[in-house]
Design a protein around this ligand. Structure first.
Ligand code: BGC
Length: 502
């Protein structure tokens, strides 16, 4: 009897063991199946992203054409296009002869810089320069105009007070400043202009419509600073000036940094909306404000639409939101969030930090994108540091890199289309025969530090221009146009040179 019971118990146990291991195997297989399904879904999402971001050459050509059409419309009449095509009142660019001590103030992002530059004329060029960078506290970026300019003027006053003996202002002359203000401004002269709107995360309501030179001058007066603002310029215009200082064929300047924009030299009689006297040079630098460009041919995805809707300036700066450094990281974050929600890209819980806007910066996506380690170690570290995601699989890391790649290449291709449009407006396209050397000076961290972006932009631009025309076009990295360029324009528009004293 006992024996029978033991036998029965052993049989039950054996059966149970078989059933349990069967269940485990089933669960494992199921999990694998589920895992495979999630992986397949994630891969599908990447493919879908690639499709919606695709910018084949034909589409880019249409965009270049649209850019050219909009440039004409913006020059024809005020408000004629989304491209403001703003007059800069810069009708003469530096020649290299500029001499003396000039200051510059560069405001356009979360930091501003103050500079002093001692110019030594044709022979010596820039003899010495010094600068200081100050970050703008976030509450000031969305506070009042008085606070912003008061803060800037007080830092500028400290900087001027520390001027060393090696810097020499000409006897009896007032110090002069070139003010780079990298937002859309409607100018009425070289040293005055009202802010049209803020971009790049600034939002100071009472400054809109105000003359920013008057605001700065009032703040400098309060600090007891005896200095005159002789030029108000956009960073693109400064970049053009900085480029010209060394190479007289620089005709176009582009910023690809936190924001994006372009400026170029236009013939004065090609600007119907300008009713003033024609400048002696017959030319005028135009600040395009191309960040506001929009076309039905732009490859806009659901992620771009959501980013725009939730931004401080919905409906505005659409081209900028697809291209510039301020936004690329956040587009990638939005894609990854959807992949985490729908395909469990980072496991069965969604990393809470992935929901925080702007937590991924463009330099983060650039480091992940440029990771050449065999196991994508940098990607793993960045995901851990920025999003708190640990233990990612190689497959996941590879997909993150793919997403960074798609978004970065799209940006570079769109920027190349914009440049091709400007060059076309200047008479440079594959069909033109009369070629002349043209140099495009580009400044900004995205172009300077992201190699994939830079190479892709240059390659796409050559493809768009065609072999023949691209032999005449050079793209160069400009050096600190918004700083030194502003000092140079202050020099070439000095109150003393205008009186024939220089
Ligand atoms: C501004 C431009 C500026 C560009 C690059 C844009 O957001 O509207 O004025 O040139 O950023 O800094």
């Amino acid at each position: 009897m006992e024996k029978t019971m033991v036998k029965a118990t052993v049989a039950v146990m054996a059966t149970t063991a078989v059933v349990v291991s069967g269940v485990i195997l089933y669960q494992k297989l199921n999990r694998k199946k589920e895992g495979n399904a999630k992986l397949a879904r994630a891969e599908e999402m990447v493919e879908e992203l690639e499709r919606t971001c695709a910018s084949p050459l034909e589409r880019l050509r249409q965009l270049a054409d649209a850019m050219e059409v909009e440039m004409h419309a913006g020059l024809a009449s005020e408000g004629g296009s989304r491209l403001k095509m703003l007059l800069s009142y810069v009708d003469s660019l530096p020649t290299g002869d500029e001499e003396g001590l000039f200051y510059a103030l560069d405001l356009g992002g979360t930091n501003f810089r103050v500079l002093r530059v001692q110019l030594g004329g044709k022979e010596k060029h820039i003899v010495k320069q010094e600068s200081k960078e100050v970050s703008i506290p976030p509450h000031i970026m969305i506070g009042s105009s008085g606070e912003l300019f008061g803060f800037i003027a007080s830092e500028l006053a400290k900087f001027v007070a520390a001027e060393g003996e090696e810097f020499q202002v000409f006897d009896g002359r007032q110090r002069e400043l070139g003010f780079t203000f990298s937002f859309p401004v409607r100018q009425s002269s070289i040293a005055s202009g009202t802010l049209i709107k803020w971009t790049k995360g600034f939002s100071i309501e009472d400054a809109v419509g105000a003359d920013v030179v008057e605001e700065l001058t009032a703040a400098m007066d309060k600090q007891g600073l005896d200095m005159r603002v002789t030029a108000l310029i956009n960073d693109t215009v400064g970049t053009l000036a900085g480029g010209r200082y060394y190479d007289q064929d620089v005709t176009v300047a582009v910023i690809l940094g936190t924001g994006t924009n372009a400026a170029y030299v236009e013939k004065a009689n090609n600007i119907p909306k300008w009713h003033g006297l024609l400048p002696k040079s017959g030319e005028m630098v135009i600040n395009m404000e191309w960040g506001n460009f929009k076309s039905s041919n732009l490859p806009i995805t659901e992620f771009d639409r959501a980013l725009d809707e939730e931004s401080l300036n919905p409906g505005e700066q659409i081209y900028e939101k697809l291209i510039s450094g301020m936004y690329l990281g956040d587009i990638v974050r939005r894609v990854l969030l959807k992949m985490a929600e729908e395909a469990e890209l980072f496991g069965d819980t969604i990393p809470p930090k992935l929901r925080v806007p702007f937590i991924l910066r463009s330099h983060d996506i650039s480091s992940m994108h440029h990771d050449i380690s065999p196991d994508l170690k940098v990607v793993a570290t960045k995901l851990k540091e920025n999003l708190g995601v640990i233990n990612t699989s190689f497959e996941t890391r590879k997909m993150v890199v793919q997403v960074c790649d798609i978004i970065t290449r799209r940006a570079a291709q769109l920027a190349a289309a914009g440049i091709a449009g400007v060059l076309k407006k200047l008479g440079m396209d594959p069909s033109s025969v009369n070629h002349q050397r043209r140099v495009v000076a580009i400044d900004g961290g995205l172009f300077e530090r992201n190699k994939v972006f830079k190479n892709c932009l240059e390659r796409t631009l050559s493809q768009l221009l065609g072999e023949e025309a691209s032999r005449f076009v050079e793209v160069t990295l400009a050096n600190d146009g918004s700083g030194v360029g502003a000092a140079l324009i202050a020099a070439s528009h000095s109150q003393y040179s205008r009186r024939g004293e220089l």
